[in-house]
Design a protein around this ligand. Structure first.
Ligand code: UD1
Length: 421
């Protein structure tokens, strides 16, 4: 269903359960490519379009999958293909996570460059540089990466930026490399720890320390294992903000509260009252938010994947908020859509200047990417009248059953097919 209609203005109330994390599920699914004649079982895999794309990619490479609810078991034969098909890599940038494990396991791989997307150019130069430092020979011809390495060798690698994907790709490659790999200035996102845990289950020694340095001792062959995908902190935070923006009382359950510290600190500053339980958070009704300043940055900083939803929430604050984006260059395109709903956002370089308004009005808007779509949904939930959101296809990449979850909280939400043009 490509269109969502929301009639806003109802304070949301109730409990919502959090899905497994998209950004943890994708790399741990890719890690099954390290196995030979063994299985990987994952619990709590979310039902998302990006997960289906990764399943299609793994299937094209020769992996079979059995599913029981949110549990998936991947069986990986002795021989698999090392060529990632272009249409799947183009569809989802995270397909590049197959690069490290395929190269380490097959000794070669062919993978089209994933290309940019609407939030900015997204090169994989750091992934390639790290693999070359481990001994891979890499050539790029006509936008396709040809990588080869009979045996990757562990060594010290310094990442110029704490890239999530580069950290994950290099960790998977290092699992089958000879000797020890030490990766410095790594990403510290909780999803990295989830992957580390899978690799440990496979028999690899992984030391993450949580300080931006990962040490991995490679093994000759990895074992099958079982792991649970961590809760999706971005999905959970989106529902927290749905409670806040509608002045409702929402409990988000099945979370790891520590993963949401950056959001909760900013909500406290904005005057929101909340209660944090051992695996839940409840936000209480707030009349009007106070403005805050935020800088989106790598974990444990404020997540860039929550920046659009937070900007949407701050459009109704009592004063001027500043939100700076330091991870992706072009992540404010959605602000035009929010302005069509009555928001007052000006973009200056990397910063959104948000002059709070008293109310938003429903309008016809377009989700340009996944989190932009989530931001528009939040604005629509608070707006007067009806909002029509087109191109929901982006939202289904990362939010399982968002229509049903919002309805269960009392929102007036309907889905429909886009009419033929
Ligand atoms: C992951 C997340 C994505 C999130 C992002 C940042 C997944 C599947 N996706 O994406 O939702 O928004 O982390 O938290 O986990 N960069 C380079 N060269 C590289 C790699 C990255 O210049 O080789 C740049 C990117 O263009 C971007 C920044 O580094 O500006 C961050 O990218 P990265 O951390 O790699 O994000 P992804 O792993 O693609």
């Amino acid at each position: 269903m490509d269109v969502m209609r929301i009639r806003g203005g109802t304070p949301l109330k109730g409990v919502v359960k959090t899905q497994g994390a998209k950004n943890a599920a994708l790399p741990v699914m890719a890690s099954c490519l390290l196995l030979k004649g063994r299985t990987l079982t994952l619990e709590n895999v979310p039902d998302l379009h990006d997960v289906s794309t990764m399943l299609d990619l793994l299937a094209c490479l020769g992996v079979t999958m059995e599913r029981l609810g949110n549990r998936m078991t991947f069986s990986v034969p002795e021989e698999i293909s090392w060529e990632a098909p272009e249409h799947l890599v183009r569809k989802m940038r995270a397909s590049s996570l197959a690069l490290g494990p395929l190269l380490a396991r097959c000794g070669k791989t062919v993978l089209p460059l994933p290309g940019g997307c609407s939030i900015g150019s997204r090169p994989i130069d750091l992934h390639l540089k790290g693999l070359m430092q481990m001994g891979a020979k890499i050539e790029i011809r006509n936008g396709i990466v040809y990588a080869q390495a009979d045996q990757l060798r562990g060594r010290r690698i310094y990442l110029d930026f704490p890239s999530v994907g580069a950290t994950e790709n290099l960790m998977m490659a290092a699992a089958l490399a000879k000797g020890e790999t030490i990766i410095e200035n790594t990403a510290r996102e909780p999803e990295i720890e989830n992957l580390a845990s899978v690799l440990r289950g496979m028999g690899v020694t992984v030391d993450t320390e949580g300080t931006g340095c990962v040490r991995i001792k490679g093994v000759e062959e990895v074992q099958g294992c079982r792991e649970r995908v961590i809760p999706d902190r971005i999905e959970a935070s989106t529902y927290v903000l749905a409670g806040v923006i509608t002045g409702g009382e929402v409990t988000v359950d099945d979370i790891v509260p520590a993963h949401m510290d950056a959001l909760l600190a900013k909500l406290e500053e904005a005057g929101v009252r909340f209660h944090v339980g051992s695996s839940s958070v409840t936000v209480f009704p707030v009349r009007r938010l106070m403005p805050v300043s935020i800088r989106a940055m790598p974990y444990p900083g404020f997540p860039t994947d929550l920046q659009p939803q937070m900007v949407a929430t701050l459009t109704l604050a009592n004063g001027v908020s500043l939100v700076e984006e330091s991870v992706f260059q072009a992540r404010f395109l959605y602000s035009e859509e929010l302005n069509r709903m009555g928001a007052n956002i000006t973009i200056k370089g990397d910063t959104a200047i948000i002059q709070g308004v008293e109310r938003l009005q429903g309008a016809s808007v377009r989700a340009m990417d996944l989190r932009a779509g989530a931001a528009l949904i939040l604005a629509a939930l608070a707006a007067e009248g009806e909002t029509r959101i087109d191109e929901m296809v982006h939202v289904w990449r990362g939010y399982e059953a968002i229509d049903k979850k919002l309805k269960a909280l009392g929102a007036d939400v309907a889905l429909e097919e886009a009419e033929e043009k």
